[in-house]
Every structure is written in C-alpha cells, then in structure tokens.
Design a protein around this ligand. Structure first.
Ligand SMILES: NC(=O)c1ccc[n+]([C@@H]2O[C@H](COP(=O)([O-])OP(=O)(O)OC[C@H]3O[C@@H](n4cnc5c(N)ncnc54)[C@H](OP(=O)(O)O)[C@@H]3O)[C@@H](O)[C@H]2O)c1
Length: 268
C-alpha cells in the first residue's frame, strides 16, 4: 500500500484508509463490520477514521473490536462534535472516545466541523493539552474553509495543524479551488471523505481509463482522488469484495492523458 508523509508530521500514512460512518448502528451487523475493518487492515488500509458522532459512539466500539491486539498497526482518527468543543468538554469527549476505542491514545483527533458556539481558541487549547498528555498524537479539523483553517492553525501555536478532512469526489472538486492549494502551501494533509459518492463512472472516461489499466472504475476514482502529495482518502466498505477493490486502487499509475480525460469529464 502506498504511503506518504501526513502533512507536516513525520508519520507515513497510507493513501487509502477506511471510513466507518453507518457502522455500529445495529448489533446484528457488528461482527461483519469488525471483520470488514480487519480485512482492510490485513490489506494495508491502516488509517481508520471514526467519530464520536457515528452511531452515538457505536462505530468507535466496532473499531475497538477490529483493532484489538493490533493497535500499533493502525493510524487511528476520531472526532469531537462541535457542541462538545468547549475546553473541558473537548478533553472529556476525547477521554470518552478513548474508552470506547479501547486504547490510551489516538493518532489523530479532529474537530468535526466549525463550532459557532465555542471559540476555536478554546478547542485548540484543549487539543494542545491532549497532545501534551499523550492522549492525542496529531491534531486536525474537518469541513473547515481557509479562514477557519488559518484561525485553527494560529490557535494551535507550535502544534502543527495536521489535516483538514473534506468532502472530495469526482463530482465535487470544490476543495481544489482554495482549500487544497492552501493546504499544500502549509503542509496540511487533505483527507477526502465520501470518495465514491454518486457513482456513475461506468460509461465515462473513468471506465475507459479503468479498461486500459485492467482495474475497476472505482479504483480509478480512488486513485485519481489521491493523485497529489497532500491527498488521502477514506472510503467506507463493509462488503469484502469492496474492501479488496478499494485496497488495490493505488497500485497503478495513470498517464497524463488518463488524468486529462478524467479532468475533461469531471471538471473541477
Ligand atoms: N468529516 C465528515 O464530515 C465526514 C462526512 C462523511 C463521511 N466521513 C468519513 O468518510 C468515510 C467515507 O465516506 P462515506 O461513508 O460517506 O462514503 P463512501 O465511502 O464514498 O461510500 C460508502 C458506500 O460505498 C460503498 N462502497 C465502498 N466501496 C465500494 C466499491 N469498491 N464498490 C461499490 N461500492 C462500494 C459502500 O458499500 P458497503 O458498505 O456495502 O461495502 C457504502 O455504501 C465515512 O465512512 C466517514 O468515516 C466524514
């Protein structure tokens, strides 16, 4: 699995990880979800993204089972909800996530989206404290525009802003306008979410590229979405055939002509 440095950190992270939204919602699916994440880990998708929000902590419990006995392999990310983003609540939320995740640290802790209620300075001060205590390795944000990233970065002081997790798929390339260029200039990783949204690649330039390389259209999409050094992606999959497909998506190199054909059909 292809890895690259994660923003300004020294940590090498796989370009294709695993999302967990909609996991942990029903006990009857939990065993399959645990098996899915473990298969993903076996295939090298060691960045696991979750959040206290997903299934009210249920997704974090599924992740706990999946990573039991193999914590060191995993680059584990979770998120605090904006309504928990006051200083003391952020610390408490992180402790709650750690308990549900069955671990004593997360690799990455994100503010899920901008809080209109709590000043960013308070949340980031809590993040710095969590890093100081060793409960969190790296700090990030999600769904932040450039102004909001600037404010978070300033509030973090010497602690780097490691990433911004943003919506990014072929039919929504909004981040390429200003968020991605700013992140590239400031060595902030961009983790794209919902990379497979709205499909529809079967009869497109993407399908033609897939045919040329003997891969699937979704593999082309994931590969394209990680084509720049700042980019990472976190597809969610529960079905073993989906996991295998996603895990192999970085294993080919599209030509410049391939990229140009995709750009022409799915413009930024
Ligand atoms: N920060 C945020 O605000 C935010 C927002 C949304 C999502 N996220 C994160 O990003 C992750 C990914 O986004 P997402 O879950 O919204 O969407 P996604 O990963 O684009 O799509 C997930 C759906 O695609 C299916 N799928 C996965 N691989 C496939 C394949 N190879 N072929 C066909 N279908 C495939 C899955 O089916 P099966 O499950 O049946 O395999 C599932 O129904 C989330 O799980 C979450 O961790 C973050």
């Amino acid at each position: 699995m292809l890895t690259r440095p994660f923003g300004a950190t020294t940590r090498e992270v796989v370009v294709i990880g695993q999302g967990t939204w909609r996991m942990g919602e029903s006990r009857s699916h939990a065993n399959d979800e645990v098996a899915a994440l473990r298969l993903g880990l076996d295939l090298g998708m060691t960045h696991i993204d979750t959040a206290e929000m997903y299934a009210d902590g249920g997704a974090e419990r599924v992740v706990a089972e999946a990573i039991a006995g193999r914590r060191r392999e995993v680059f584990l990310a979770t998120k605090v909800l904006p309504h928990n983003a006051a200083y003391a609540d952020t610390i408490r939320a992180c402790e709650g996530s750690l308990k549900r995740l069955g671990t004593d640290y997360v690799d990455l802790y994100l503010l899920h989206w901008w809080s209109t209620r709590h000043p960013i300075e308070d949340t980031m001060r809590a993040m710095v404290e969590l890093v100081r205590r060793g409960l969190v390795r790296y700090v990030g944000v999600s769904n932040f525009d450039v102004e909001q990233m600037r404010a978070a970065k300033a509030a973090l002081g010497a602690v780097p802003l490691a990433c911004n997790q943003m919506l990014y798929h072929l039919r929504d390339r909004t981040i390429e306008r200003d968020v991605l260029p700013w992140c590239e200039r400031n060595r902030v990783a961009v983790v794209g979410y919902t990379p497979l949204a709205r499909g529809g690649f079967m009869r497109s330039a993407v399908a033609a590229v897939a045919k040329r390389h003997g891969v699937t259209p979704r593999q082309v999409a994931l590969n394209y979405l990680t084509r720049r050094k700042a980019l990472f992606t976190i597809p969610k999959a529960s079905r073993p055939e989906h996991i295998r497909e996603n895990a192999a998506a970085a294993e080919f190199t599209p030509s410049r002509a391939d990229l140009a054909a995709i750009d022409a059909e799915f413009p930024a």
